[in-house]
Ligand binder design. Structure first.
Ligand SMILES: O=P(O)(O)OC[C@H]1O[C@](O)(CO)[C@@H](O)[C@@H]1O
Length: 449
């Protein structure tokens, strides 16, 4: 097995093969629409053939910029929010040691990757700046619009700190901006300051941008092979072209299943993992599906749990709470490392029955036991099988989820490529902060307080 697989046998009793096949023509039409741009949102389809259009020259330019940052910095702060950081964080966490950031400087092969601009917490920013005080650090500032408040605040603070520490000249070498080709405050700022920049293509939305420099630069700085990542995505891109028959088009099958379950009252999809390093993959997935589908008062609520951790918190709800959920489990075939449970002469903990077993074997039995229990408890399960955690399969998974999301949104009958609802909080916040241009809104909102 050289590719990710979709396992659907635990849907029986909830959804038949016939139910799924009945939707195959519709799913194929949605897939076709993604390729020929015949439906809503067609100005944001740049991601569809993005993996196969990334040239060697583009990859080299990203790798070169990564080398500059790796040479000049012991820590690199990725400033961005939503699609402007989640993809990078998902891949970096999935493919790095869980304790990477704790390694002593002399033992490190890669700079520590830190994140800012994804919240407006004063304590967070203070603590980050304090940590950076005696570090050789750099910044990758990412914003497609170039106007988002959270990253703008973080960047202003970090830029000040860096310039004060090393001077404007050296700071310029350690700052890269990734933004629109011509619009937005970040573009103006980057051009004025003379930063190295990369462009986010107009036709690729933030949540679909992980395979542009938005994701690839931080990932490369973290020492991960972006060529293998992209190659994995290309494989699924090629395997899901419109001529692919429905039976082999895994994203189309996944898209149909989740929509059919939704129609049958399963309003919440829980993405399940059994490895803490996949936590941010689920965060990335939540934005992808939440922003794409939650509109016009419809859409599955995308949730996520980390098992077995959350079996001891959310496990009760999933087993016996309201039956409006289904689970999509990401399962990893083979652990990358080997740890066996040792023998203990006294066996006071009663664990000698596990002696000699790999920890992963225990994890897998927890996974199997959970799946059986949840299916018995009325929770439909589907499983995405990944042979192992490496660049290639994560690349495959990224494109799998992106393609499925596009098809799924069209099946649902909404535009999966806009996010009008996100503006509501921003308007209120700007009005409350008395941002110039919001005078009327300020009066209106203050009258409500
Ligand atoms: O890259 P930007 O323009 O700063 O936007 C960041 C995020 O904010 C949103 O626009 C929502 O406000 C997301 O769609 C996007 O991923």
């Amino acid at each position: 097995m050289d590719t990710i697989q979709l396992q659907i046998k635990d849907l029986s009793g909830f959804l038949s093969e016939e139910d799924i096949l009945k939707q195959s023509a519709q799913a194929a039409a949605c897939n076709q629409a993604l390729h020929n741009g015949s439906r809503e949102g067609n100005d944001f389809l740049g991601w569809v053939d993005l993996p196969s259009s990334i040239t060697d020259q583009v990859l080299r330019e990203i790798e070169d910029a990564a080398t500059v940052l790796r040479t000049h910095c012991d820590a690199v702060v990725v400033v961005g929010i939503g699609g402007s950081y989640l993809g990078a964080r998902a891949v970096i966490d999935a493919l790095s040691s869980s304790f990477d950031w704790l390694q002593e400087k002399e033992d490190r092969k890669n700079p520590v990757i830190l994140y800012a601009g994804n919240n407006i917490s004063e304590d967070y920013l203070y603590e980050l700046m304090r940590y950076l005080n005696d570090k050789r650090f750099g910044i990758i500032n990412i914003s497609k619009s170039g106007t988002t408040t959270e990253p703008a605040i973080a960047f202003r603070l970090l830029k000040d700190q860096l310039e004060e520490k090393v001077g404007k000249e050296e700071a310029r070498k350690r700052i890269v901006a990734i933004t629109d080709a011509s619009k937005g405050a970040l573009r103006t700022l980057a051009d004025t300051e003379g930063y190295k920049t990369f462009v986010i293509p107009d036709n690729v939305g933030g949540r679909y941008s992980v395979l542009t420099p938005v994701g690839l630069l931080p990932i490369a700085v973290a020492g991960i092979d972006i060529r293998k990542l992209v190659a994995g995505a290309v494989e699924i891109e090629k395997a899901t072209v419109p001529s692919t028959s429905f039976d082999y088009n895994l994203p189309a099958i996944y898209a149909v299943i989740r929509n059919e379950l939704y129609k049958r009252g399963k309003k919440i999809e829980i993405l399940v993992n059994y490895h803490p390093k996949l936590h941010f993959l689920a965060e990335w997935w939540k934005q992808l599906y939440g922003e794409s589908e939650g509109k016009e008062n419809v859409g599955i609520f995308p949730a996520a749990v980390d098992f077995t951790t959350d079996l001891h918190s959310m496990g009760q709800w999933i087993q016996e709470g309201e039956r409006t959920i289904f689970e999509t489990v990401i399962t990893i075939g083979e652990a990358n490392e080997k740890v066996q449970i040792p023998h203990d002469d006294k066996d006071l903990d009663g664990l000698n029955y596990l002696e000699g077993k790999r920890v992963d074997e225990v994890n897998k039995m927890a996974e199997l036991g959970t799946r059986i229990a949840h299916v018995d408890g009325g929770v439909p399960n589907l499983t995405i099988e990944i042979p192992k955690l490496n660049e290639k399969y994560i690349g495959q998974l990224i494109y799998f989820f992106e393609k499925a999301c596009g098809i799924s949104g069209y099946l649902l009958g909404i535009n999966p490529f806009d996010q009008p609802g996100v503006e509501a909080y921003k308007k209120n916040m700007f009005a409350l902060l008395e941002k110039p241009g919001f005078e009327e809104a300020t009066k209106a909102i203050k009258a409500r307080l």
